[in-house]
Write a protein that binds this ligand. Structure first.
Ligand code: HGY
Ligand code: MN
Ligand code: MN
Length: 411
């Protein structure tokens, strides 16, 4: 019997999960390792068990639902994503890939289909990195890119320690995944950008992913009276923070190409209407598909910070939060995705991912590629994030047939 994706069930589960951590403004807020994240994890683990999957939790809290294949000695085929969100999250970012993986399992179960290789559906800890940088932390530890002890010792933006939170929510697993490195990894995700929607294309075959550079900049000036301090005597950390944000906008526009720059988080102290800010901190997110251009952007920013510190008589320090080079995915796996999309009659195109994903870490240990579906208006990290149901089902269908092919024939 041919397995069939039950679109209704997938859509229903997406809505159920989106209610967990829902805020008054309609956002989905499940920051990593919070009580809301625990509730989301518990719900997905319950669905895994209902599907008869063997559930394994590793020491950084990554969760794996394992569906044994006929030949357990062969490397498994893995799919998955994340279910932690940013503070202003939508219903689909990360959740869609995990729940589509479970939908693939459900359709195989209903069709009584056994695969040669074991199939694993995973969700990785702290993909967003918004509470505990860097992003993709759980998958980075899984592939050996970050030592477990360093990850557990990470201090969050709220001062919490990652390992304490992991234990508190009950997801500190005891042992690494008892399986060999995957034969292949495929991640299904919403595009989160404007390309597919603008073109009216259904499937993105993601063949590469841009480099990411995150840093936290701390500025120390001098708190002073807003009314009595002449402009010539100010060491205004608030002005310096604003100047950096304006510099980065100009830098990205001047560099052009795929260069983007974001100041997403700023804090001023004492943060009062009549006090010249004595201290400021801000985050900088730089990305580019080209490693040398990304380095150039970092170097130009560093030179600007030095010049600004002298001009304003402030101290400026920078602390690296994340740094990942651009990643090229497996052509073979991308080829398979394109073939399945074609065979299923979906329009498709090769593309780059502007966002970071767990797939960029899995690509370090096995052939990996991604499947995108359109984000309406290119909106994401926003409760208005939306993908048409027909596109959600199309993506899950392409995932089903790609995983089946990989699980029975390998890469
Ligand atoms: O930052 C990113 O690109 C992803 O959402 N973690
Ligand atoms: Mn994501
Ligand atoms: Mn995200």
């Amino acid at each position: 019997m041919t397995p069939v994706i039950q679109g209704e069930r997938l859509l229903e589960r997406l809505q159920t999960l989106a209610q967990i951590g829902r805020t008054d403004s309609g956002a989905c807020c499940r920051l990593a390792l919070t009580d809301e994240d625990r509730a989301g994890r518990d719900q997905v683990v319950a669905w895994m068990r209902e599907l008869g999957l063997q559930v394994h939790v590793d020491p950084i809290g990554n969760v794996f639902g394992i569906r044994a294949g006929r030949r357990p000695e062969l490397p498994p085929v893995m799919t998955g994503s994340h279910i932690d969100t940013v503070r202003s999250g939508g219903a689909y970012d990360g959740n869609y890939g995990v729940l589509s993986g479970l939908e693939v399992v459900a359709s195989l179960n209903e069709a009584g289909v056994e695969t040669e290789r074991t199939l694993v559906v995973a969700f990785f800890t702290d993909e967003e990195g918004a509470r505990f940088p860097p992003d993709m932390l759980g998958s980075l530890v899984f592939v050996g890119g970050m030592h477990l002890d360093d990850a557990l010792a990470t201090r969050g933006i709220d001062g919490a320690i990652l390992g304490d939170e992991l234990r508190r929510i009950g997801y500190a697993g005891s042992s690494p995944l008892p399986l060999p490195a995957p034969e292949a990894f495929v991640e299904l995700h919403i595009e989160q950008g404007p390309v597919l929607d603008a073109e009216g294309t259904t499937i993105g075959v993601v063949e590469n992913l841009q480099g990411i550079s995150w840093q936290e900049i701390t500025i120390t000036g001098q708190a002073n009276h807003a009314g009595t301090t002449p402009m010539s005597m100010r060491h205004d950390a608030g002005y310096a923070a604003a100047a950096i944000a304006c510099y980065l906008r100009e830098l990205a526009l001047e560099m052009g190409g795929t260069q983007v720059a974001t100041v997403g988080k700023t804090d001023l102290s004492p943060n009062l209407v009549n006090v010249v800010a004595g201290r400021a901190s801000l985050t900088v997110d730089l990305r580019n598909t080209d490693e040398s251009l990304l380095q150039q952007a970092e170097q130009r920013l560093a030179a600007y910070l030095q010049q600004l510190a002298e001009a304003e008589g402030v101290e400026i320090e920078s602390r690296r939060l994340a740094r990942f080079r651009p990643v090229t995915f497996s052509q073979q796996v991308a080829e398979k995705i394109g073939q399945k999309a074609e065979a299923l009659g979906y329009s498709h195109r090769r593309m780059t991912s502007g966002a970071g994903h767990d797939a960029q870490m899995l690509a370090r240990i096995c052939p990996t590629a991604m499947i995108f579906v359109p984000s309406v208006g290119g909106i994401s990290h926003n409760p208005a994030e939306y993908t048409e149901p027909a596109d959600l089902v199309a993506g899950a269908n392409v995932l089903l047939h790609t995983l089946l092919d990989l699980a029975n024939h390998g890469v």
